[in-house]
Design a protein around this ligand. Structure first.
Ligand code: SF4
Ligand code: SF4
Length: 253
């Protein structure tokens, strides 16, 4: 008979909190989308203005030095949208070249931002509310349509490539957080991470089935290596494991 992980009750409430945070993040899109948008960041750069999106990217890089891609798993509205649609996406993103595209997108975005700032004569101002009306992002039908089209593209990315396909393949800021994690792994200071007691694993594959990124978590457990550039530290695998074979917490590398 399968033993119950004694902490499963607590951890399933952790997933409830995560899901609610993602739903709230999704519902707040009309307010927040300009604070995240690379398009608005580029528009600001064209006028030499540092917008909140750029401040957010700097913050996410700094934070990723200790929590990797936690933002993607718990707060990102684009991630939320893909998880809301996840019953439609049955397949997972295949390992390989597709997962590398996002690094090119990240480099391209930051090269374009640097070039645009230089063309504008440098940084003239910092305006966290750039483009908003009284702090609200979506204030016209035209903006609403642009946002709808962007979210349809995100849907299509996941539909054609697999679970959270946009996060795997196209997200322009994923590369920034992966870089932060790589630096931490190189130096080894304490950070949020997964760990495993592979001996407890019974190969039920619940962890892999629950992973919103569609990672082969069971394989990671078997290899004793839980580091994966596409892990968003959502803790779903740890919370699903009936044997407590996966732990989630602060650890030194
Ligand atoms: S490996 Fe675990 S923590 Fe990482 S994304 Fe998958 S379910 Fe979430
Ligand atoms: S680590 Fe994954 S496959 Fe192994 S027992 Fe836990 S849920 Fe099942």
């Amino acid at each position: 008979m399968t033993e119950k992980n004694p902490s499963q009750k607590t951890v399933s409430s952790r997933q409830n909190i995560r899901k609610w945070l993602l739903i709230i993040s999704f519902l707040l899109i009309p307010v927040t989308i300009f604070y995240i948008s690379p398009i608005v960041a580029m528009m600001g750069a064209g006028k030499g203005i540092v917008t909140s999106a750029i401040l957010l990217y700097i913050l996410l890089f700094v934070v990723s030095l200790v929590v990797a891609r936690l933002w993607c798993g718990w707060l990102c509205p684009m991630g939320a949208w893909q998880e809301i649609c996840s019953p439609i996406f049955k397949h997972t993103v295949a390992d390989g070249w597709r997962n590398w595209i996002k690094y090119g997108v990240t480099v391209l975005l930051f090269a374009m931002l640097a070039f645009t700032f230089i063309s504008a004569g440098g940084i003239h101002a910092v305006d966290p509310f750039f483009g908003t009306v009284n702090g609200i992002s979506i204030t016209s039908f035209q903006i609403l349509m642009i946002v709808v089209i962007i979210f349809l593209i995100i849907f299509a990315a996941a539909f054609f490539t697999g679970r959270r396909g946009f996060c795997h393949v196209l997200c322009p800021i994923a590369g920034l957080m992966v870089a932060g994690r790589k630096i931490r792994n190189l130096i080894g200071w304490p950070a949020l991470q997964l760990d495993t007691a592979a001996g407890h694993c019974i190969d039920c594959k619940k962890c892999s089935n629950e992973c919103p990124m569609g990672l082969d978590v069971n394989g990671m457990v078997r290899q004793g290596d839980m580091e994966n550039a596409d892990c968003i530290l959502c803790a779903s695998c740890a919370d699903a494991c009936p044997k407590g074979a996966i732990t989630y917490g602060w650890k030194k590398k």
